[in-house]
Design a binder for this molecule. Structure first.
Ligand code: SAM
Length: 296
């Protein structure tokens, strides 16, 4: 089998699966991309250019990794499946742009949720320069991965992530929509969210039951000043605890005293009958600040 047939194709993936007796592991969220158009769509959405430093989460058998390398990226990839290092070493191109693979690709066999980027990437990346994160995520840990990256010290210019379409919609959701909630708000206070492309079941092997979408998250030049972020996220979560109930009702946990609730809503000029999904992000910031003041 020549390396010229991309790994992101049904024929090459089937050959790899047969050669190494690969069983896609459901518990690790393994759905391999076999659609070159979709993979190249991800690479384009990430705007990968020669020399870019790319952190990939979960290279699998290398479908996306290969195209990131061919686009000129230098790729460090986190993986947990111990059967994959041998496959990646054999199946990724031996040379990329005249360089040996190990100059362009580093496999880090570690749970990405336990990543220590400064240590893991030292010596391979120039960490004074930014990196891009690109991944077809293991869907079962999509939100922990996003929050870990946001809280990490990694200086990234963008996160281009394939995920379950429903989660992508929640990330991008605006007030008034069903998908709008704590996840939309936590992320949109720090990042701009663009839905780049949708990808159907048929692009994967095995095919997932859910539809997928690729989202590009870019750090805002001026993240919203939410005060204590943990406190802010907690307030937002509690405001959405019962999505169908009114704001006044949901505030009961935060402010058990009725007078406090009425005062807060009056001070902020908010209608107590509104549902949480009708409030703008700026309203939640004001609520969080006011609750912190009242609980001082
Ligand atoms: N990138 C490949 C592709 O597009 O075909 C595989 C994507 S597959 C959806 C997700 C990958 O993430 C799998 O290879 C899986 O083993 C890996 N993975 C699962 N949990 C992980 C974790 N905690 N840290 C790093 N990788 C993980």
């Amino acid at each position: 089998m020549t390396n010229r047939i991309p790994i992101a194709s049904p024929v090459r993936t089937a050959a790899i699966v047969n050669r190494y007796f690969v069983h896609a592991k459901k518990n690790l969220g393994q759905n391999f991309l076999v659609d070159l158009d979709a993979v190249q769509g991800i690479v384009r959405a990430a705007g990968i250019e020669p020399g870019d430093q790319v952190v990939e989460v979960g290279p699998g058998i290398g479908s996306l990794t290969e195209q990131l390398l061919l686009a000129g990226g230098k790729v460090a990839a986190y993986e947990v499946d111990q059967s994959l290092p041998e496959i990646l070493a054999n199946e990724l191109p031996e040379k990329v742009d005249g360089q040996d693979l190990d100059q362009r690709f580093k496999l880090i066999m570690k749970d990405v949720l336990k990543a220590d980027f400064a240590t893991d990437l030292a010596g391979f990346f120039d960490l004074s320069k930014p990196v891009k994160v690109v991944a077809n995520l293991p869907y079962y840990i999509t939100t922990p991965i996003i929050f870990n990256l946001l809280e990490s010290s990694l200086d990234f210019t963008s996160l281009t992530l394939m995920m379950q379409k429903e989660v992508a919609e929640r990330l991008a959701a605006q007030p008034g929509s069903k998908a709008y909630g704590p996840l939309s708000i936590a992320v949109q206070t720090q990042m701009s969210v663009d839905l780049a492309l949708e990808v159907g079941h048929a692009s994967f092997m095995p095919q997932p039951k859910v539809d997928s979408a690729v989202v590009v998250l870019t750090p805002l030049e001026k993240p919203a000043d939410v005060g204590d972020r943990k406190q802010f996220n907690r307030v937002v979560k509690l405001c959405f605890a019962q999505r169908r109930k009114t704001l006044a009702n949901n505030l009961k946990t935060l402010l058990p005293n009725k007078e406090d609730r009425e005062k807060l809503l009056a001070d902020l000029d908010l209608d107590p009958r509104q549902r949480p999904e009708q409030l703008a992000i700026s309203d939640f910031i004001r609520i969080s600040r006011a609750v912190a003041e009242m609980n001082k």
